[in-house]
Design a protein around this ligand. Sequence first.
Ligand code: FES
Length: 105
Amino acid sequence: MANITWKMEDGSEISADVNDGLNLMEAATSNNVPNIEGECGGCLSCATCHVFVDQDWFAKTGEIDDIEDTMLDMTDVERRDNSRLSCQITASPELEGLVLYVPEP
Ligand code: FES
């Protein structure tokens, strides 16, 4: 389990304990995090689960594969160096305290 925090542009935030193995798009939608849609259900075809990862945590969120890299060029809000598609980040104890910033279109 890991406690994950999503920070919104208006300064609000949502934190939740996320079970190991759950992806962070599913965790966001089940905790009503705004602006994370997850339209494709996590099969890397919508880019509606875009988040910015706190720089201190970026390396711990895993590798970006070629498909995610391509999809990151199709996000509503322009990609940054710390962009990830949250359906591709899997909760694990190493992510305890992870902070994600939610882009607003
Ligand atoms: S939920 Fe569609 S790409 Fe992540």
